[in-house]
Write a protein that binds this ligand. Structure first.
Ligand code: FAD
Length: 484
């Protein structure tokens, strides 16, 4: 039986970031992944000559958020991020930019003028409360809105809520919308980071400045740095009402999502061992303390980081306290469907970088990703991903048909250009940020068994949230004397 300092269960972005950071703190790490491939929801693969991602992704908070903080401190290789572009709304009349500040609301003629005014007043109210330190996590977006808006306006707000939380505006908190639209920003400074995890000997440390110049194309660097400088000045959420950009510091990794995965993998020291197609079927506990896992063999370690679904833990460990099991049952998941369409030629409908939403009936969020990087599609062709939040009560066939009907309604021209179609049904995050939805604690009732991943932190979304969970994990390991 082999013994390691740490065993990480799961090789999604959370598990791999846990393995990378802990190995850089001098630990000998084993990563066990049940799937054939590494990366979980963060990967890319080729279908008929098109390189699709596991869902269309925008990587957020790339300037001062948790992912660049981890890159700063632990990565030896960095992906190159292309500037994200803009968010648009598609209607029968074409594309309009999504409003992210008061000025944008004035010209956003997708919604009636009266409703635009009400929405901007509501936003001002929410930001005022938030600026006074009032946390709006318990108030739903729906409760926050006046009740005299037209159906299109509710549908629009419902769509934005759905893509930010995976749930309707009745289940999405007002706070979620403020942070998801960059009014309240996710940031973590090097000083905060050092205070949380304690100083350690960096093999190689780069300043954020050098990270910026290396992850961003040179021509974008100056303009983004100007934005950073601006943010560094006292700048309240309320002031952002005038200047906010929803796409603030977002990017798409050149060469696709797997470029981020590869940057993590290439940064591993040789003290990390990874086994794929190796499902952990049991976590071994003695005297309320972990000592290993059961997979194709028994592997021993005094520290286990579990990054699968927290809701699966009761199947892996005998005798967890009933109260803990009940708590985990409060975690809510949502399902997404992504339809990738390879198009025979580059269509005028998708002549932009960024993404678009369609908010009528069945909402989608679409990204023409080959516009960032033409190598993702065969020459002169185009690749677009359409993501939907689907109803788990319905059959997948039902939701798939509804999704295709929506695409063909929104883009009547597209069908005759389809060269490749590929569908993915996934769970985007291991816990949806809803009003009453629960999250797991990083510490578990079992000593030295910790959970990391998107079901342990309610801040931000997706990969940014996974990064927060890793920073929080490091902090807790430090507090428990398990890091250094
Ligand atoms: C359609 C879609 C769109 C998205 N859009 C964005 C976006 O725009 N921006 C963004 O930042 N994020 C986005 N995300 C979310 C983001 O991809 C995920 O939040 C992130 O990749 C989750 O990483 P994770 O490691 O926490 O979980 P996962 O990727 O789920 O990884 C967990 C891993 O653990 C493995 N595992 C589980 N149990 C076991 C076991 N018992 N033994 C061994 N292995 C096990 C699984 O096989 C898996 O590989 C999107 C996701 C989807 C699906």
């Amino acid at each position: 039986m082999k013994k390691y300092d740490v065993i990480v269960v799961g090789a999604g972005v959370s598990g791999l970031l846990a393995a990378l950071t802990l190995s850089k703190h001098g630990k000998k790490v084993l990563v066990l992944e049940k799937g054939e491939h590494l990366g979980g929801n963060c990967n890319s693969y080729v279908v008929d000559g098109y390189q699709v991602d596991t869902g269309a992704h925008a990587i957020t908070h790339l300037i001062e958020g948790p992912l660049p903080r981890l890159m700063d401190n632990y990565f030896d290789f960095l992906p190159v991020f292309e500037d994200y572009g803009y968010y648009y709304v598609r209607t029968e009349n074409g594309l309009t930019k999504v409003p992210s500040n008061l000025k944008d609301f004035v010209t956003f003629d997708v919604l009636p003028r009266k409703d635009r005014l009400i929405l901007s007043q509501t936003l001002t109210k929410a930001l005022t409360l938030s600026s006074f330190g009032i946390d709006l996590s318990d108030q739903s977006v729906y409760d926050f809105l006046p009740k005299n808006l037209c159906k299109d306006t509710y549908d629009f707000v419902d769509t934005i809520s759905g893509f930010l939380s995976g749930k309707s505006m009745k289940d999405t908190s007002a706070q979620r919308v403020l942070s998801g639209s960059s009014f309240v920003r996710d940031s973590i400074t090097q000083e905060q980071f050092d205070a949380m995890i304690g100083k350690f000997e960096h093999k190689k440390r780069q300043s954020t400045e050098s990270i910026l110049s290396s992850i961003l194309p040179y021509h974008l660097h100056a303009s983004l740095q100007a934005r950073v400088d601006k943010v560094a000045q006292p700048f309240t959420s309320l002031e952002r009402l005038a200047t906010n950009k929803v796409n603030y510091s977002q990017g798409y990794p050149r060469k696709g999502l797997k470029a981020l995965l590869n940057a993590i993998l290439y940064s591993f020291p040789d003290t990390v061992e990874i086994k794929s197609e190796c499902e952990v079927t049991g976590i071994l506990v003695e005297s309320e303390k972990v000592y290993g896992v059961e997979a194709d063999d028994i592997y021993l370690a005094d520290l286990i980081i579990y990054t699968g679904f927290a809701t699966d833990l009761p199947e892996l460990i005998k005798d967890l306290p009933q109260a803990y099991i009940e708590e985990l049952k409060g975690i809510v998941h949502t399902k997404s469907l992504t339809i990738w369409l390879g198009l025979k030629e580059e269509l005028p409908e998708f002549k932009y970088t960024g993404s678009e939403i369609w908010f009528k009936d069945f909402a989608y969020w679409a990204m023409p990703i080959s516009n960032y990087d033409p190598s993702l599609a065969p020459k002169d062709k185009q690749l677009v991903g359409f993501s939907f939040v689907i109803d788990s009560e319905q059959t997948e066939e039902h939701e798939l048909k509804k999704a295709y009907d929506t695409i063909f309604r929104a883009l009547p021209n597209i069908e005759k250009y389809i060269d490749m179609q590929h569908e993915q049904v996934m769970i985007p995050e291991k816990a949806a940020v809803t009003i009453n939805g629960k999250f797991a604690d990083i510490r578990t009732p079992v000593k030295n068994l910790y959970i990391a991943g998107t079901d342990t932190d309610r801040r931000s979304m997706g990969i940014t949230r996974a990064s927060y969970s890793i920073i929080e994990l490091l902090k807790i390991l430090n507090e428990d004397g398990n890091l250094h």
